[in-house]
Ligand binder design. Sequence first.
Ligand SMILES: Nc1nc2c(c(=O)[nH]1)N[C@H]1C(S)=C(S)[C@@H](COP(=O)(O)O)O[C@H]1N2
Ligand SMILES: [Mo]
Length: 448
Amino acid sequence: MTRMTDPSLGRLAVELLSWDRLHCHETRAETMPKPDPFVAEHDELTRRYFLGLGAAGAAALGFLPQLGSAAELPAELRQAVEQLEPYFTPPDDFRDVSRGKPLPHSLPEDKKTAVGLTRETWKLQVVSDPENPAKIKSPLSGEKALDFAGLMELAEKHAVRFAKVMTCLNIGCPLGMGIWEGVPLREVVWRTQPTENLRRVFYWGYHNDDPKQLFQSSLPIGRVLEDPYGLPPVILCYKLNGQWLDGERGGPVRVVVPEHYGFKSIKWLTHVVLTNLAHANDTYIDGNNDVDSPLKTFAATLSLPREVKAGGPVPVTGYAQVGISGLSKVQAWIAPANEDWPADDKHFAKAPWRDAAMLPPPKRWGGNLPEERIPSGTLGFDPKTGEPPTWPMRLSKVHWAALLPGLSAGEYTFRCRTVDENGIAQPMPRPFRKGGHSAIEEVHVVAK
Ligand SMILES: Nc1nc2c(c(=O)[nH]1)N[C@H]1C(S)=C(S)[C@@H](COP(=O)(O)O)O[C@H]1N2
Ligand SMILES: [Mo]
């Protein structure tokens, strides 16, 4: 296989990065809770809570223990929590970073029909790489190419559904959180009857028949055939949040790789190539990215007033992405903005971090799920109760909240971080930006 190089990719990555920073912050500013006379009154719960804090100084943070239910929150925080984004993202609200001129999902219906971008006309070729052939007995091509009806036949027996956050490696905040349904990719690989010399799987989608627009990805065959403990399979996905996968999200069929950043989840899938080549050929390599770096665990704020009244409590909410190593806690810390910090502690490991409250599974899941219900059989959810037995779920998101006690007038820097299931705090253990975002977020807060 030749590796396509698109000279614009590096620039695109930079553009996305700056756009993202702005966009994330704009979004957060919009969702900042409006002042409400109701929150000015401290109820009994809040008073007890503040009393329990002890004298840790003006810059100290007060936090709640692990929450059983959002109803346990003090009133000041409850309002901010009620205004949080829905847990699952309605498919239309995903942020779109698709490439293509024109964007494949914007093509007129007759063109979509002609090029296989409808469920009626979709076709998938699964063949051997002519340059580094894998030995297979029965390629799925020509007459034998897989169509949507064939995929649905496989789905009857093999369909899986799982929750996963879709995050771009180049962008700091997730694009959306969904329940993805599909057929394990290995089912179609096995249909080709491979016998030997199969080390990797390359795959790409419709790209206006223009080699310069090709966007491709790859996986080791081992990952396709076997799921590492606790991970869902790599799927040929045709539904999101219980509805047919729409064109913008990569429909009729896309790949979804549970533990990876978005670039491995190829949209408008048309080709799967079985190769004996041993190394990755992902388009994202061309942006100097680390394509073997699965989802990281990190925390970010969603609402935090930039200007607060001195002495008043400050509600903060946020989310954490739960990466491959899980999440044990979210922590926060607010410090005077001009505070010097030892240069040999650049990750603030010695700061007086306090635990924030991780929110329990929401009462309403959002995401425009049919009948507002988690599709039955979704991995990670109890089939009887519809509730997740372990929380937070790996490869997904969890919301958190904290109430900062009154600050004296001045400027502050608020920081939040995660600690993963191995006890490792952000931005470790994989601090390099080209393997995904994990920098500790800093927000400037002024108390007046
Ligand atoms: N065919 C194709 N697939 C693609 C892309 C693309 O441009 N073309 N972009 C990838 C990237 S970089 C990301 S982050 C995800 C985004 O998925 P989403 O649009 O569903 O949020 O799609 C991936 N799949
Ligand atoms: Mo991406």
